[in-house]
Design a protein around this ligand. Structure first.
Ligand SMILES: Nc1ncnc2c1ncn2[C@@H]1O[C@H](COP(=O)(O)OP(=O)(O)O)[C@@H](O)[C@H]1O
Ligand SMILES: O=P(O)(O)OC[C@H](O)CO
Length: 508
């Protein structure tokens, strides 16, 4: 038998899909990556084509294997990690999606969540699922598809439709699709639907009934590290165990080896997601954070987390590039921002999908405030950079308030951590060192570890800790009074975005 040398991770993200081969030391051997289309049919709506995503995943896997000149015989297991909450609903008989994937950034379900809240308010389900009603989560998006796509509800009630986040969609296709595809997900993804009981880790029949979602559509909830199924016949991964699934932010937490209660990571990608490990009991926030499952390894107890989700971070850099044309490449934002000494009084609150943590206001919209004729595009670039750091500080402060834990450092990863100006500004704002690991693809790495642990390629968490090593560190500097003055102005700027969408233009 050929020796197993690698674990393959599939990272199905918001902007792109990646397939990465890791060796036993947790180092990257090869990588395939493809971007998919972002579809914006109306203001506030964001969709992806699930078929394009699946084709891209297949192509990325082929690229990664080819670049490493290897094949499935050398691969111990496959892990999947994914953009969370994004909903795919498909016909199990044909394998065809009934609608585009509705992406986590989409705001079309604002009426659905208000109707669900009724007189009891947005926190109605918080004690059950750890989440307040929001346009962010999968449940309301499934409801929207069943209510709005012709024939979908009848088909769902007849047991012909399946729901999954993109982990589940990729797993079902990888394991055979209409020819015996496995319909499973993991606890971390299920914890973002609003339909799972955060304590029992089972679907809640009563909540599904409130949302009008037939239970037959829902995947089986599994741990994050076990064998879910094997690669389909005729595929590149035939008979290879698919053995790890984690939502991408939880995967990054795992890949960053945040295994101790109180450890925190922040991933700077399309959005920003700060996660704190809170141990084996769910902790409920008083400061606008959400409660989520962090990971569950096989039969072990689940580990929970508090999360501060920020909808817009790197996507603001993309917007500056694609919609305003101020830069032609994401990394130029730093160069442009460095041409001025400060933000010139400009604050940019990117409430494009409303505001997520810690505000949860779906009727907020983006604003640039503080403009004078003195300002140039460089001040706007600087305000773009700073907005990510200010938003992260807000959730970081909320975490300290909720947990009472005095944070020692912040582990970071994601594409935007290449931006050194941002990282230094972040250290100044949070007042603790920012630490980036050597291997920056921690999301894919986390999924690889979960899969590798399930099949004995790695022994357990200690291997992850041993393999993790520091790449770069930014210490807090800067004048404290000035740091606080800017933060106060940021908070003032945020209030200017509230309550922007009037009732007469609210989407249904
Ligand atoms: N050097 C950089 N400076 C600022 N932003 C960057 C830089 N490199 C990438 N980005 C931003 O980071 C995001 C990509 O990060 P990534 O971790 O790949 O995101 P995701 O996993 O969400 O697709 C993009 O939104 C991009 O604009
Ligand atoms: O795909 P990313 O990295 O932007 O992450 C998206 C999050 O999982 C949404 O909750």
């Amino acid at each position: 038998m050929t020796e197993k040398k690698y674990v393959l991770a599939i990272d199905q993200g918001t902007t792109s899909s990646r397939a990465i081969l890791f060796d036993h030391s947790g180092d990257i051997v090869s990588l395939g990556q493809r971007e998919h289309r972002q579809i914006f049919p109306k203001a506030g709506w964001v969709e992806h084509d699930p078929v394009e995503i699946w084709q891209n995943v297949r192509a990325c896997v082929a690229d990664a294997l080819q670049k490493a000149e290897t094949n499935r015989h050398e691969i111990a297991a496959v892990g999947i990690t994914n953009q969370r909450e994004t909903v795919v609903v498909w016909d199990k008989n044909t394998g065809e999606p009934v609608y585009n994937a509705i992406v986590w950034q989409d705001t079309r379900t604002s009426k659905i969540i208000r109707d669900l809240a009724g007189d009891e308010g947005m926190s109605k389900y918080r004690d059950i699922c750890g989440l307040d009603l929001s346009v962010y989560y999968s449940g309301p998006e499934i409801t929207w598809i069943l209510d709005n796509v012709e024939g979908a509800r009848e088909k769902a009630e007849a047991g012909d439709l399946l729901f999954g986040n993109t982990d589940c969609w990729v797993l079902w296709n990888l394991t055979g699709g209409v020819n015996g595809g496995v319909h499973k997900t993991d606890v971390t993804n299920a914890s973002r639907t609003m339909l799972m009981d955060i304590r029992t880790l089972q679907w809640r029949e009563d909540v599904c009934a409130d949302f009008g979602i037939p239970m037959s559509m829902l995947p089986e909830i599994c741990s994050s590290s076990e064998i879910y199924g094997y690669g389909r016949k005729n595929g590149l991964l035939v008979d290879t165990p698919i053995a790890g699934i984690l939502g991408d932010q939880q995967a990054a937490t795992f890949g960053q080896a945040c295994f101790e209660k109180g450890m925190v990571k922040n991933t700077y990608g399309t959005g920003c997601f700060v996660i704190m490990n809170t141990g084996e009991e769910p902790v409920f926030s008083r400061n606008g954070l959400l409660t989520t499952v962090c990971y569950k390894i096989g039969d072990n107890k689940p580990v929970y987390a508090l999360e501060g989700s920020i909808a817009v971070a790197g996507s603001l850099v993309q917007w500056i590039r694609d919609n305003l044309g101020l830069i032609s490449d994401s990394k130029e934002i730093e160069t442009l921002a460095r041409t001025v000494d400060d933000n010139g009084g400009v604050y940019f609150v990117p409430a494009f999908s409303g505001l997520f943590a810690p505000y949860w206001k779906d009727d907020a919209r983006g604003a640039i405030v503080g403009l004078t004729r003195y300002n140039t595009k460089a001040h706007i670039a600087r305000a773009v950079e700073e907005s990510t750091a200010f938003q992260s500080r807000e959730v970081f402060d909320a975490m300290v308030a909720d947990s009472g834990v005095d944070l020692k450092e912040l582990r970071v990863d994601g594409g935007m951590t290449n931006d050194e100006l941002l990282m230094q500004f972040q250290a100044d704002q949070v007042g603790v060192p920012i630490v980036r690991p050597k291997v920056m693809e921690t999301t894919a790495l986390g999924a690889a570890y979960a899969a590798g642990i399930a099949v004995g390629f790695w022994d357990g968490e200690q291997d992850v800790i041993d393999n993790w090593s520091e790449g770069k560190r930014w210490e807090p500097a800067g004048d404290k009074d000035e740091v606080e003055r800017q933060y106060r102005l940021w908070k003032k700027a945020v209030t200017r975005t509230f309550d922007w969408v009037d009732d007469d233009v609210k989407q249904d």
